[in-house]
Design a protein around this ligand. Structure first.
Ligand code: G6P
Length: 369
């Protein structure tokens, strides 16, 4: 195993840096031409997508966070009701089945027990339209689903998922576009624009990765902390959840994510100089609201670490640390904003000297309940 690491210290670091390549491989077939084809989800996809009136996404852990971003995309871009749910909850609750829903299961391994059971549960309730987005061909999940899309992240060894997550997001964006197109919600100008944005994405991710040394410096200030708060709004809220999960998983620092608008409803009570607050600050319609949320944190002595888009006019000042991540990438922004959070948790864990690739008590694939 060691020889495969090359110049990297851990598989997680290597896999973080493999993301541009993983995205190229995952997107290649889909964005070769100027038009998207539903056939990337299987030859029956067009027929299936013509029958659906809702989407239900089921997954666990990091995969659930990818699904949660996609729920924002599918409702906003494709105009189809969508809900993402933790597989272990769905499988045991009494739900209202909608036979016209597309049930999407997301999984790196395709062997997660709860996700497999959630799919069987959905099928037992009469759901026939099933799609699996998975990183392992011929896994149990892929075999049990009618439609499939394989992410091409390559083998992921680090327990904390990185490249599987961003390639799932890329696949889910393709799904959103294909469903939007079929529903007459995607103009051909937008189709071309999004295809070009996807082609440019791997190079954008590569550029964000150059922030690593600066993020490593920030991480030094996290190593002695007990708690951290992650803030994001809209489609970046699940990215804040993913950032918090990563920090917990590998550095054992307790971290929580909140949609920034909820600050006043609880987490502000926890803010003091010992709890760093990480904020995702895309240059979007909610920027001004986010800025006032950040001022509230600052007014309580909270130390802010802001990952901002260019042109957000959030300046470095006492207690406010800002790194500029990217130009506003529109709908694809969550993918770019994931990268610095992965690097932050990786370097915080390095500082603490934890077993980054095999964190205590966790398994890469949870094949038992
Ligand atoms: C475990 C792993 C996580 C992963 C989750 C779901 O908890 O440690 O990194 O996100 O399982 O795994 P899956 O293979 O279904 O995506």
């Amino acid at each position: 195993e060691m020889s495969e690491l090359g110049n990297y210290r851990h598989f997680m670091q290597k896999e973080i840096h493999e993301q541009p390549r993983a995205l190229i491989d995952t997107l290649q077939d889909a964005v070769m031409g100027e038009q998207l084809s539903s056939a990337i989800f299987g030859f029956e996809a067009e027929n299936v997508f013509a029958q659906i009136d809702a989407v239900a996404i089921l997954a666990c852990g990091t995969s659930f966070h990818a699904g949660s971003v996609a729920a924002y995309w599918l409702e906003a871009i494709a105009g189809i009701p969508c809900r993402a749910e933790v597989a272990s909850e769905y499988r045991y609750r009494i739900s209202v089945p909608n036979p016209r829903a597309l049930v999407v299961t997301l999984s790196q391994s395709g062997e997660t027990a709860d996700t497999l059971a959630a799919l069987s549960h959905a099928v037992s309730l009469g759901h026939e339209h099933t799609l699996s987005i998975c990183n392992v061909p011929e896994s149990a999940l892929v075999r049990a689903s009618k439609l499939r899309f394989l992410t091409r992240a390559g083998p992921e060894i680090g327990v904390a998922s990185t490249k599987a997550f961003t390639t799932q997001l890329a696949a889910l964006f393709l799904l959103t576009m294909v469903i939007a197109k079929q529903r007459g919600r995607l103009t051909s100008e937008d189709e071309t624009k999004y295809i070009h944005a996807l082609r440019a994405l791997p190079a954008e991710v590569q550029r964000v990765l150059t922030l690593e040394p600066a993020i490593a410096q920030w991480a030094e200030r996290f190593a002695d902390k007990q708690h951290a708060l992650f803030l994001g709004r809209g489609m970046h809220y699940p990215i804040a959840m993913e950032g918090a999960l990563k920090l917990k998983e590998i550095s054992y620092i307790h971290a929580e994510a909140y949609p920034a608008g909820e600050l006043k409803h609880g987490p502000l009570a926890l803010v003091d100089k010992d709890m760093p607050v990480v904020a995702i600050a895309p240059n979007d319609a909610l920027l001004e609201k986010l800025k006032s949320n950040l001022q509230e944190v600052r007014a309580r002595g909270g130390e802010l670490y802001v990952f901002a888009d260019f042109d957000t006019q959030i300046a470095n000042s006492d207690g406010v640390h800002v790194l500029q991540v990217a130009n506003n990438a529109g709908w694809l922004s969550p993918i770019l904003h994931t990268i610095p959070l992965q690097l932050l948790s990786y370097h915080a864990a390095l500082q603490k000297g934890t077993d980054v690739d095999k964190p205590r008590n966790l398994a890469k694939s949870v094949t038992v309940e």
